[in-house]
Design a protein around this ligand. Structure first.
Ligand code: XLS
Ligand code: NI
Ligand code: NI
Length: 437
């Protein structure tokens, strides 16, 4: 049985092809800076938006007709159908990875024990599909935000019984991720935040979240899960104020609880936008602090202030992000997860292909541009020269801590020194970037 009869395996045909369902830039075996494109980008398809979300929004019902989302059918049979459809899609698209929440794969049972059992059983089907297709798991995560029990948060809930329930769910999902050979495990603080301080004890909630993350790190060590734990920052939505605001806030939080070496970041483009940052900033900040982990590659809309989860299409943005990634040493265990939704009117199953192909091509094109920019070297040289003074005698003395405020005052006053401003050349540099696109 096929769920995508209109599409065969998606192939690379180059920039000039007229075929709408072919790659123009993503050529998985092309070697870029000593590595195959596939191993650089490590693309992943997500279960939740692509196979669980029916095309609903706050004003209206689902618009997609997907056999595996049919209402009133046997929930387990539908779950199996969904797994089959997802792996047919992954195989035809040629994406090497997928990502899932526990609840994307398995419907919730009447008790947690039952939910665990349903998930374990369905994972057997997932394991077989992975073996058959050669698809790997980029990361797993527990859904700690959809069920009404989590309305007031999971770890940051005022009720410790909810904390315990969330802990049990994460324990099971981390172990399931390990069972599937997952490369990372993600924690997105879905409702770890608040709506109003009128009913919130912020100090307590921060300590609860810190304790929760310590427990997850301890369990990871205990079971020997090999990949990194990743936190996905987001400033708001669903709560008005999420604690994991952005990369810098998460890093400070982790340091406060002494666990900054236990976690890295899963950076989402749309979340960076919501936090008021360029995505490139979030990547650079994470790289600078040794906490870069992985990427959720969905973009927002410049005028809409929410997580529109659109597929990426801006190669320039990706070229700049790739420069930071490549300079920082590459993706390691991370990858590019399409945590992205079709638009609600894109109702055909084939639209899933158009969306992912476009996203993979935009990111691949960005990679090729970044390769050329790095090989050219002018951008890097400009920055290096701009800071060259810090490699000179004065700069090194300051950074080594051998200059007090008095020393520095003496240095300037003794010779009446006046520094000479130099142009930052922003427009020239922007023009230079354009030449590579
Ligand atoms: C929501 C988040 C979510 C996480 C996984 O905005 O992006 O999809 O990636 O729980
Ligand atoms: Ni995400
Ligand atoms: Ni998001």
């Amino acid at each position: 049985m096929t769920h995508f009869p209109d599409v065969d395996r998606v192939r690379f045909e180059g920039p000039d092809t007229e075929h709408p369902l072919a790659f123009r830039y993503y050529d998985r075996n092309r070697v870029v800076l000593g590595k195959r494109m596939e191993d650089h980008a490590r693309f992943a398809v997500c279960f939740w938006h692509s196979f669980c979300w029916p095309g609903s929004d706050v004003f209206g019902a689902g618009t997609f007709e997907r056999p595996w989302l049919a209402a009133g059918e046997d929930a387990l049979e539908l779950a199996e159908l969904k797994i089959d459809a997802a792996f047919e899609f992954l195989t035809k698209l040629g994406a090497p990875f997928f990502c899932f929440h526990d609840r994307d794969i398995a419907p919730e049972g009447d008790t947690l024990r039952e939910s665990h059992a349903i998930l374990d059983r369905l994972l057997e089907r997932v394991e077989k599909a992975m073996a058959r297709s050669g698809t790997r798991l980029l990361w797993g995560t527990a859904n700690l935000f959809s069920h009404p029990r989590y309305a007031a948060g999971a770890a940051t809930n005022p009720d410790p019984e909810v904390f315990a329930y969330a802990a049990a769910q994460v324990k099971h999902c981390l172990e399931a991720t390990q069972r599937l050979g997952g490369a990372n495990y993600v924690l997105w603080g879905g409702r770890e935040g608040y709506e109003t301080l009128l009913n919130t004890n912020l100090r307590r909630e921060l300590d609860q979240l810190g304790r929760f993350l310590c427990l997850v790190a301890e369990h990871k060590q205990k079971i020997g899960f090999a990949g990194p734990l990743l936190i996905e920052p987001k400033p708001f939505e669903p709560t008005k104020h999420q604690y994991d605001h952005d990369g810098a806030a998460v890093f400070a939080f982790l340091q406060n609880y002494g666990i900054e070496r236990e976690f890295k970041l899963n950076l989402e483009v749309n979340h960076a936008t919501l936090a008021g940052h360029d995505f490139q900033h979030e990547v650079a900040y994470a790289m600078a602090n040794g906490i870069f982990g992985s990427i959720d590659a969905n973009r927002g809309d410049a005028r809409l202030g929410w997580d529109t989860d659109q597929f990426p299409n801006d190669a320039r943005e990706w070229a700049l992000a790739w420069c930071e990634i490549l300079r920082g040493g590459g993706m390691h265990s991370g990858g590019f997860n399409f945590d992205a939704k079709l638009r609600r009117q894109s109702i055909d199953a084939t639209d899933l292909f158009h969306a992912h192909i476009g996203g993979m091509d935009a990111i691949a094109r960005g990679l090729l541009a970044a390769e050329a920019m790095l090989a050219d070297g002018r951008l890097q040289r400009f920055v290096d020269e701009r800071y060259a003074g810090w490699d000179g005698a004065l700069g090194r003395e300051i950074l080594a801590g051998r200059q007090s405020l008095e020393d520095l005052a003496g240095h300037v006053l003794a010779n009446d020194l006046e520094p000479h401003p130099r142009s930052g050349r922003q427009e020239m540099l922007e023009n230079l970037v354009s030449r590579f696109l």
